[in-house]
Design a protein around this ligand. Structure first.
Ligand SMILES: Nc1nc2c(c(=O)[nH]1)N[C@H]1C(S)=C(S)[C@@H](COP(=O)(O)O)O[C@H]1N2
Ligand SMILES: [Mo]
Length: 261
């Protein structure tokens, strides 16, 4: 398992804060008062000093518990993640591995399918190295992701002519995302099994997450469990809370970041 552990350090002296569903520059967006109160109450600064990997699981669920009290979510830095922050909108996320992981493809398809992790691993893998950009401002350059092209899974399932979009669901039980069918068929959209040349850790959404290279990282749903082909786009979790549904880096959410892909 990973030794990753959320803690309080912030690059550029930023206060930890969750996704803020509106445009504008990140430095104009303080953490909402509720967030500051929650973080202060929990004493995250002290927690950050706890470095023993054995405590990681407890800390993670502790942080998750805090997120549960704050519907806007909770973040922490992943110290070994090279600038990544941990995001979850739920208080805890079940752990899944090759013994119990399933990815279901259903909706407007001729052949609804359920893949095990081994089945996904056995399919041809695509590796891409792109920058990762979160809509709150942090960016991680040159991050390798590896997995199965979403288009391959869609073709295998046989998308029906009436289809126009995809809805993604997650085994955290709450997060959702969306893409148009055209976006989903892009060669730079992966059902990712690996990140930074390692199997995806639980914190990063393992064993399987979506990776949408040209879009803000909120599109890259962690703990992916369902791909439902639909007629029209149904806005995802953050999109219902104000983020752009078309999330091209640098061309959405009122931001001006350099494209990632
Ligand atoms: N299931 C789930 N997926 C998610 C999120 C989440 O809260 N839950 N947050 C999104 C956002 S806003 C970002 S920036 C990235 C963070 O990925 P990381 O935790 O691996 O850094 O995951 C995205 N996918
Ligand atoms: Mo994000």
């Amino acid at each position: 398992m990973t030794t990753e552990q959320p803690h309080e350090e912030q690059p550029h002296g930023e206060q930890p804060h969750e996704e803020q569903p509106h445009g504008g520059q990140p430095d104009e967006r303080g953490a909402p008062v509720g967030r500051r109160v929650v973080l202060g109450t929990l004493g995250l600064g002290a927690l950050g000093l706890v470095a023993a990997p054995a405590l990681q699981r407890g800390l993670e669920s502790f942080l998750g518990g805090a997120a549960g009290k704050d519907p806007t979510g909770l973040t922490g830095l992943l110290p070994n993640g090279g600038g990544f922050r941990y995001y979850s909108v739920t208080s805890s996320v079940p752990r899944k591995d090759a013994s119990n992981y399933r990815l279901t493809i259903d909706g407007l398809v001729d052949r609804p399918t359920s893949y095990t992790l081994d089945e996904l691993t056995a399919l041809p893998q695509t590796r891409m190295v792109r920058d990762v950009q979160c809509v709150t401002g942090w960016r991680v350059p040159d991050t390798p992701f590896e997995g199965v092209r979403l288009s391959r899974l869609l073709d295998a399932a046989g998308v029906r002519p009436s289809a126009g979009a995809i809805r993604f669901t997650c085994f955290d039980g709450a997060y959702t995302e969306s893409l148009t069918l055209d976006q989903a068929r892009r060669a730079d959209v992966l059902v990712a099994l690996r990140m930074q040349d390692k199997d995806l850790s639980h914190s990063h959404g393992g064993p399987v997450r979506l990776y949408v290279a040209p879009m803000y990282f909120y599109k890259s749903a962690k703990w992916l469990s369902g791909i439902t082909v639909t007629e029209k786009v149904r806005p995802g979790y953050w999109e219902e809370r104000g983020y752009d549904v078309d999330a091209w880096v640098g061309r959405s959410n009122g931001r001006h970041d350099e494209p990632t892909a």
